[in-house]
Design a protein around this ligand. Structure first.
Ligand code: 5GP
Length: 204
């Protein structure tokens, strides 16, 4: 039987909704899902490591990656570049392993153009008030940046309608369970399995 390709899973949602926390919790569960590490021009926050949280790049280095077509998608977000290195994504999918991209909405829409078979999940905050609290709670941004992020967040929430699934992040454990359920269901989709079972279906 032919091996299935891995699932390309895109997790988006407004900044501050807890995508990073949800991804980290999913990671702890030791599922077979791999995580794409993005490149960015923003400075590392306390505790962030190059190659683990992001590949931290200068604008010049990032622009070279764009020119050399090394990115599956990229976007400018609150004054910085963010992008997904394409090679790791390709290799992982070809190996039959699922991969998650935790990216903002403009980038997600670009991924959809290139990978229409991807699974697009939108993480929703329980409310805008809660979202603001979470952005402030991080304590690493200035008031001006928080306001900018809230404005962007409201526009991003509008984009929910472009996604296949909406998962509320009321509690991290619940959000993780919902995402795991989506992944299991997606693996059982007929369209994904038809190639794998072709021989069985064709045999008399
Ligand atoms: P932060 O600066 O808080 O780490 O991330 C800001 C936003 O950029 C978040 O919404 C995050 O999901 C998004 N982001 C992170 N990596 C990428 C990427 O590779 N591409 C795109 N388009 N967005 C990304």
């Amino acid at each position: 039987m032919k091996k299935e390709k891995g699932l390309l899973i895109v997790l988006s949602g407004p900044a501050g909704v807890g995508k990073g926390t949800v991804c980290a919790a999913l990671r702890k569960e030791n599922t077979d899902i791999q995580y794409s590490v993005s490149a960015t021009t923003r400075s590392p926050r306390a505790g962030e490591e190059d190659g683990v949280n992001y590949f931290f790049k200068s604008r010049e280095q990032f622009e070279t990656m764009i020119e050399k077509n090394q990115l599956l998608e990229w976007a400018e977000y609150v004054g910085n570049y963010y992008g997904t290195p394409i090679d790791y994504v390709r290799q992982t999918l070809e190996a039959g392993t699922d991969i998650i991209l935790e990216i903002e909405v403009q980038g997600a829409l670009k991924v959809r153009e290139r990978f229409p078979e991807g699974v697009f999940i939108f993480l929703m905050p329980p409310s805008l008030a809660e979202l603001r609290k979470r952005i402030q709670g991080r304590g690493t941004e200035t008031a001006e940046i928080i306001d900018k992020r809230m404005t962007v967040a409201k526009e991003e929430i509008e984009m929910m309608k472009k996604y296949d699934y909406v998962v509320e992040n009321d509690e991290v454990e619940l959000a993780v369970e919902r995402i795991k359920a989506i992944v299991v269901a997606e693996h059982c989709k007929r369209e994904r399995l038809i190639e794998k079972y072709k021989q069985l279906v064709e045999v008399e």
